[in-house]
Design a binder for this molecule. Structure first.
Ligand SMILES: C[S@@+](CC[C@H](N)C(=O)[O-])C[C@H]1O[C@@H](n2cnc3c(N)ncnc32)[C@H](O)[C@@H]1O
Length: 257
């Protein structure tokens, strides 16, 4: 079975809501060249996103939905590199507003387990770094499957619990183990085409430098705010779990069976 951190309502509000608004302020102060890096603070780096993009055969003619889009960095990256025009879905209103301010697009404010679309309308769905933040993973994946056309692609980045995981978990997260992830995908009607461990640290040199500038500005402006401290505490726990390989990052390409 997967592993769960305690109730995370307020921490997730801080991390995915308030910090999203602050991130939009930081991009306004630093400049548009910081937008994608700031927007991907949660999970993305370009090598991982490129793996997902190539696996899902992104192109300008592909209809794509990004479920749990955050402030939209991953989608903006895909739009810039592959010419796709993703539809963004994100449940946190602050994140939707931040997405609009940073990238000028409109995210649909909705939960991934109740998508406001008809059946079989998208060729590709992304769900990047979202699964571990969701309790009912089955409902989320079933709903994503519903909106995909037959043979459509699901691209995910998933944080997976490794055997021997023992450190304290970030609150509100429930990490599936590898068997649970494979079972979930099979039970929700996906065929796994590839499931690999994501290599880290392959981003271009300016990426971590820009991410650090965003972090430094946020810390300078909001370092005394308990919501910033909460969000930092959660991401510190996550970083430790990844460094010690109690969690690993997995990339998934699956197809609607
Ligand atoms: C770690 S962030 C990743 C954001 C973005 N995909 C990225 O890669 O930068 C997880 C996101 O999942 C969203 N989320 C949480 N529960 C969700 C749900 N039930 N449906 C869709 N998204 C959800 C959160 O609000 C948050 O924006």
């Amino acid at each position: 079975m997967g592993v769960r951190g305690g109730d995370g309502g307020e921490e997730q509000d801080a991390e995915f809501g308030t910090v999203a608004s602050w991130t939009a302020d930081a991009v306004a102060a630093l400049g548009d060249e910081y937008a994608i890096v700031a927007g991907c603070r949660g999970s993305g780096d370009p090598a991982l996103l490129d793996w997902l993009a190539r696996s899902c055969a992104l192109s300008p003619s592909v209809g794509m939905v990004d479920v749990g889009a955050g402030v939209g960095g991953a989608s903006a990256w895909a739009a810039e590199k592959y010419g796709v025009r993703p539809v963004l879905v994100e449940p946190m209103e602050d994140a939707c507003r931040a997405e609009r301010r940073i990238f000028g697009r409109t995210a649909i404010c909705a939960s991934g387990d109740r998508l406001p679309f008809g059946d079989r309308v998208f060729d590709v769905a992304w769900c990047v770094g979202v699964l571990c933040t969701v309790h009912d993973k089955f409902a989320l994946l079933r709903e994503i499957r519903r909106v995909l056309r037959p043979g459509g692609s699901l691209g995910m980045l998933v944080l997976v619990a490794e055997p021997g995981l023992h450190s304290e978990l970030p609150r509100g997260n429930e990490f599936p183990d590898l068997d649970e992830l494979r079972d979930l995908l099979a039970q929700t009607g996906f065929d796994v085409r590839e499931l690999i461990e994501a290599a880290g640290g392959t981003e271009p040199a300016e990426w971590p430098r820009q991410a650090q500038r965003v972090d430094e500005l946020l810390a300078k402006l909001h370092g005394d705010d308990p919501r910033w401290q909460e969000a930092e505490e959660q991401s510190g726990k996550l970083a430790h779990l990844l460094e010690t390989r109690q969690l690993t990052r997995r990339l998934v390409h699956a197809v609607k069976a």
